[in-house]
Design a protein around this ligand. Structure first.
Ligand SMILES: Nc1nc2c(ncn2[C@@H]2O[C@H](COP(=O)(O)OP(=O)(O)OP(=O)(O)O)[C@@H](O)[C@H]2O)c(=O)[nH]1
Ligand SMILES: [Mg+2]
Length: 472
């Protein structure tokens, strides 16, 4: 056991060392948390000077250690730091710039005002690559340029990482231009709290191009992460498909003596089932992507205390999801919003239920004659109506998109929360046919071997998953 420990310790020492540096409060610790997929690392606060010491974290591909990330305290006084370096340089004219930095750290005592900066510089000198994190919301102040000037004295490759990029494209352009003056062209946009798998991949590729020696190891990490990411998205899409199936297949027996569908106990039971099913799905999805309450707030996902803020059966829900309120209101008058009547194994559609009940005209009867007969003679069930199923699907689809693109979603939060343009376009192909099959297979509402092996079920599940992943 000891030998293994020693081997792994040695392994960690031979790894690529990446220092995450920058001005204070730019999101250095946040970036590391994102890269580690862990909310446990370090301290994060909306204020300067949160990280006080250098802290190491190792990134693995499976069991294999790939690289060390070093979180560093934020640089606070770059002007004083530069002055100090200039003073050393004038005293020791023959020293190289890196040697001046060495001299600086060896002569800075624990209670020196530049103690934090010395910690940063020490780690910079011990690292192979520097990620310089920039808060693009900040103007390009002299103090930041001085930071870059000081860091470049270490002669290590610097990759600028632009953070807080959402809605700050102009500022981003200014930053790029300024950095070009330092001959730093290769930069990355990376919303740290927000996560985009593609941005992360580009980050590793950039490091790969700068430190050839570690190319293969980094490639292993890229491949490993790509696979894990695909699996993550697949399990999330699968979970949503399960929700849609379980709700579409669900039926509640309607007792005939109670004619008011909307207020019946059966309708309440049905609604309750749908709400709980959606809530469980939400919890599972957040769990799959390891989302915290903080992430939910940052992404403006309309969820509080683990529940959707807008109840799926609330009157405003149709409008919020771009569905036809007019025709739905008519249906609602008959059956109660969200509820449909199913007779003899077929969903009548709430509007036709209205027609049947009120005896409106020959055409309704001709179309639904058989069902109406069954209605009189046979068992009646309540099921979830078409609109509710659409909303259920669209809502999960949006949630999935936000979970998959934390950062990008954050830039368009208002748009996403209030309106979904062309809702029907976003539904999977053959949606009505799929729903009709599901409604006729109430036994599928729970997973079972016979359901899961049924080719028709498998086809529907695959179509739902494909549509969810493609809509991204
Ligand atoms: N909206 C948004 N907030 C972010 C992002 N990155 C960081 N933050 C927030 O910015 C604040 C500072 O983040 P930290 O990660 O503590 O910054 P730091 O650079 O480590 O700070 P020091 O350790 O004090 O130098 C926190 O409140 C984060 O939640 C981002 O990409 N988007
Ligand atoms: Mg920090």
């Amino acid at each position: 056991m000891k030998a293994v420990d020693e081997a792994s310790i040695q392994d960690i020492h031979s790894l690529l060392n990446v220092a995450v540096v920058g001005h204070t409060n730019t999101g250095k610790t946040s970036l590391i948390r994102t890269m580690l997929r862990s909310t446990q690392f370090g301290e994060i606060e909306d204020g300067a000077g949160t990280t006080r010491h250098v802290e190491r974290a190792t990134i693995f591909a499976g069991n294999e250690a790939i690289l060390n990330l070093h979180d560093t305290p934020g640089i606070e006084d770059s002007h004083a730091l530069l002055r100090q370096l200039q003073a050393i340089s004038s005293r020791h004219k023959t020293l190289s710039s890196a040697e001046i930095l060495e001299k600086f750290i060896s002569t800075t005592s624990i209670d020196d005002p530049l103690e934090q900066e010395a910690k940063v510089i020490r780690q910079v000198l011990r690292s192979d690559v520097l990620l310089y994190i920039i808060d693009v919301r900040e103007p390009v102040l002299e103090k930041y340029l001085v930071e870059i000037e000081v860091l470049s004295k270490a002669m290590k490759p610097i990759i600028p990482v632009f953070n807080f990029i959402a809605e700050h494209t102009e500022e981003l352009a200014v930053w790029r231009k300024k950095l070009a003056a330092f001959n730093i062209h290769a930069s990355l946009e990376f919303d740290t709290v927000a996560f985009s798998f593609e941005a992360e991949k580009r980050l590793y590729q950039k490091i790969q191009s700068l430190v050839e020696l570690h190319y293969d190891r980094l490639q292993k990490l890229i491949n490993h992460r790509a696979k894990a990411w695909d699996q993550l998205c697949l399990s999330a899409a699968k979970r949503i498909a399960e929700l849609i199936v379980s709700v579409a297949c669900y039926r509640e027996n309607k007792y005939r003596h109670n004619d008011n569908i909307a207020d019946s106990t059966a309708a309440q039971k049905l609604k309750d089932f749908v709400r709980k099913a959606e809530q469980r799905c939400l919890r599972d999805l957040l769990g799959i992507f390891n989302f915290s309450e903080n992430d939910i707030a940052l992404q403006k996902i309309p969820v509080s205390n683990g529940q959707w803020q807008l109840d799926i059966f609330a009157p405003g829900v149709l409008k919020a999801y771009g569905l036809d309120v007019g025709s739905a209101a008519l249906k609602g008058a008959a059956a109660g919003a969200g509820i449909d009547l199913m007779v003899g194994g077929l969903s009548l559609g709430a509007a036709s239920a209205l027609g049947a009940i009120a005896g409106t005209g020959w055409s309704t009867f001709r179309r639904y004659g058989k069902e109406i007969k069954a209605k009189i003679q046979g068992t009646q069930w309540l099921c979830v109506d078409e609109n509710t199923l659409q909303i259920l699907y669209l809502r999960q689809q949006q949630l999935l998109a936000k979970l998959m693109h934390r950062g990008h979603a954050a830039c368009h939060a208002d748009q996403i929360d209030t309106a979904v343009p062309s809702a029907s376009e976003k539904l999977p192909n053959n949606w009505p046919a799929m729903i009709s099959i599901l409604q006729q297979n109430p036994a599928w509402h729970k997973p079972s071997t016979s359901r899961n092996q049924n080719p028709q079920y498998q086809e529907i599940e695959a179509k739902l998953i494909k549509a969810l992943l493609e809509s991204d």
